[in-house]
Design a protein around this ligand. Structure first.
Ligand SMILES: Cc1cc2nc3c(=O)[nH]c(=O)nc-3n(C[C@H](O)[C@H](O)[C@H](O)COP(=O)(O)OP(=O)(O)OC[C@H]3O[C@@H](n4cnc5c(N)ncnc54)[C@H](O)[C@@H]3O)c2cc1C
Length: 629
């Protein structure tokens, strides 16, 4: 089946106490369970350990470039990630402030223990979710449809839909040097049964890997010799629900940075034969954009040093996360290597770094509702779909959970377009791909990124979320209040004049910002505007021309979607079409450009080429003399 189904045909009553079972209490599973419950499903969330719900397997940070936008979108769609990060953040920073509006992204470092507790509290507070501790060992399948989950202790959870979000746990192997052990994360098991059942259902699985750096004891680091990195002086929260008067909720900390050096690199090179990747013990491919330190040293041999961030993991422990030196070298090499770095000469190891290799399901087997096309009732989200990162997992979890609940009720699927959300871009990218490395979000993946900003996530998504029941009246009221404030600010900026020009006109000058304007115009500050909204308005004014052009572009592309493709169009004659696209278009003969674009393997540039040829054909026909009948 090539095209994704947008409609959910009929209601699917469950025979058990639950409509939807979500397997896995990670970042995808949390949002999946919450979204399904908000849409009205009775949900069971089953996870290996309930005390590890919301565990951050790697760095204790949420957001970042491209990812911060996803967090804001998850929040606008009623999800938990933004509010949990706000409540547990110990350093907030807006990244890329010196660059264009489209790529500015919020990031926060969270207290990992408090994050877990806060995420668990949100799940427990949501009506309609039952938490079940246990290991899913397989799927219950009847007549080709999924009807529930089997647990290792013999229990069975019946449901009309199942969302699998097992992260890095499918047939997972952890590597540190020559040592290997089964498990998706230190202290937890692996999920071989789920992999076997997915294969038995005919799904193609692949292998990927990721890794994590060592953790050090804070009192063994010479902090005074390191460069300090403070958070923002006026931090902004992710969530529209966070009470600004109580934010930030926790004491804020500074991070520090240092660098590797030639001695570190020499040690790595001398021991590279002991790295599992280089010794051929790992087959899975890791993320190119987030390489291990051994990869960095071997691949970028001319670089004299690499940056290392020291990030405290919690206010209540002395564990420090050593960002930038993800490694699976043997423990003794890790220790010697880190002790060559300035400030870390006395470093005491609390945990060695390790790599984990795991199965993923090729996501081209999914519809844009994240449903497995060939297995009714089965939905997948998160790392299992070949992605990497908490935020990517959360965004997918929300989509899969909402769609599982909608499917059970026989309602139409909830699909976000590429012009509406980074989440839409991610899902659209995934369902036509077979990743050869873990997929992560970058702003460059979104062709409409100027429209997909952090500051307009609510405007873009609250109405969509309300239409399917993902958010209630409170979210809509917050959106209206924000829009009213925006209008108040815009009118003041248009009304108040200086040197013969309105403040709005003055804001078009590159050197003029909201901060400089409010400092220079006392009558503006007297109006007591919401600072966050005001900054967004000011930036919006600066970029208005670009934004309007981007909106026109989207409108043009969308009207193109409905454009009919003449049946006689000769795809073989279109130069530049990808081979896969050419074969599929010729075979499936989609009726419109929109339908062409939804075929797995036909990418936006292919659609653009087809559009040019459709237009050419139309002009040729118009110019051709009328045939005498
Ligand atoms: C060692 C390591 C290093 C990483 N490094 C990075 C990195 O550098 N950068 C990055 O972006 N991401 C990294 N990640 C990935 C990041 O942790 C994930 O992208 C993110 O957590 C994915 O969320 P998820 O919900 O898909 O899976 P997870 O957060 O892994 O959650 C999976 C959940 O499923 C549960 N589970 C698994 N199997 C079963 C079962 N059979 N039955 C019941 N429950 C089950 C687990 O207990 C867990 O709660 C790393 C992960 C690991 C393990």
């Amino acid at each position: 089946m090539e095209t994704a189904s947008h409609a959910h045909p009929t209601p699917r009553p469950s025979r058990g106490a639950h409509d939807v079972v979500v397997v896995g209490g990670g970042h995808a599973g949390i949002e999946a369970a919450l979204a399904a419950a908000r849409v009205g499903a009775r949900v069971a969330l089953v996870s290996l350990r309930l005390d590890r719900i919301g565990e951050m397997s790697c760095n204790p940070a949420i957001g970042g470039v491209g990812k911060g936008q996803i967090v804001r979108e998850v929040d606008a769609l009623g999800g938990a990630m933004g509010a949990v990060a706000d409540a547990t953040g110990i350093q907030f920073k807006l990244l890329n402030t010196g660059k264009g509006l489209a790529v500015q992204s919020p990031r926060c470092q969270s207290d990992r223990h408090l994050y877990r507790e806060a995420a668990t509290a949100v799940i427990r507070a949501q009506a309609g979710i039952e938490l079940v501790e246990g290991a899913a060992s397989g799927l219950v399948v009847e007549d080709g449809s999924v009807r529930g989950v089997r647990l290792a202790d013999g229990r069975e959870l019946a449901a009309a839909a199942v969302v699998i979000t097992t992260g890095t746990f499918l047939r997972a192997i952890m590597h540190t040097g020559e040592d290997q052990s089964a498990g998706g994360r230190v202290g937890e098991g692996t999920s071989a049964g789920v992999s076997r059942d997915l294969e038995a259902l005919g799904l193609a699985l692949g292998r990927l890997k990721t890794g994590t750096p060592p953790r050090l004891a804070a009192d063994s680091i010479d902090w005074d010799r390191l460069e300090t990195q403070a958070g923002d002086a006026r931090p902004a929260p992710f969530s529209s629900r966070t009470d600004r008067s109580l934010f930030p909720a926790l004491r804020q900390i500074a991070c520090h940075l240092t660098h590797t050096n030639e001695r570190t690199h020499a040690l790595i090179r001398a021991n590279i034969h002991r790295a599992p990747m280089y010794a051929g013990r790992i087959q899975g491919v890791g993320p190119r954009y987030c390489p291990s330190v051994e990869d960095k040293v071997m691949r970028f041999a001319d670089k004299e040093r690499h940056i290392v961030f020291l990030e405290p993991e919690s206010l209540s422990t002395d564990v420090v996360y050593v960002n930038g030196v993800s490694t699976s070298l043997p423990g003794d090499v890790q220790e010697a290597m880190l002790r060559t770095i300035e400030g870390l000469e006395r470093a005491r190891f609390l945990r060695h770094g390790y790599a984990v290799e795991y199965d993923f399901v090729a996501p081209s087997q999914l519809s844009d509702a994240l449903a497995v096309k060939s297995v009714p009732g089965l939905f997948l989200a998160g790392q299992i779909n070949g992605t990497s990162g908490y935020e990517e997992a959360a965004g997918q979890g929300l989509v899969a959970g909402a769609n599982a609940a909608l499917w059970v009720r026989g309602r139409e699927a909830f699909v976000l377009g590429r012009h509406e959300a980074y989440i839409g871009v991610m899902v659209d990218d995934l369902v036509v791909s077979n990743p050869t490395e873990p997929y992560r979000m970058f702003t460059s993946r979104a062709e409409h990124r100027l429209l997909l900003r952090c500051d307009n996530a609510e405007e873009r998504l609250v109405p969509r979320a309300q239409a399917v029941g993902l958010v209630g009246d409170d979210a809509v009221a917050r959106l209206f209040a924000r829009q009213a404030e925006r209008a108040r600010i815009e009118s003041a900026l248009a009304r108040i004049r200086r040197d013969g020009k309105s403040l709005a006109e003055l804001l078009l000058r590159p050197e003029v910002t909201w901060e400089s304007t409010i400092a220079a115009v006392p009558e503006l500050s007297a109006l007591g505007f919401d600072d966050e909204v005001a900054r967004a308005v000011a930036v919006g004014i600066k970029y208005r021309g670009y934004v309007e052009r981007a909106e026109d572009n989207v409108a043009r592309l969308r009207s193109q979607d409905a454009l009919e493709i003449p049946a006689e169009l000769d795809y073989a004659g279109i130069r530049g079409l990808g081979n896969e696209a050419r074969d599929k278009l010729a075979r499936l003969r989609p009726r419109t450009l929109g339908a062409a674009g939804r075929i797995a393997g036909v990418r936006p540039p292919d659609v653009a080429l087809v559009a040019v040829h459709v237009e050419r054909l139309r002009r040729e026909r118009a110019a051709a003399p009328a045939r005498p009948d």
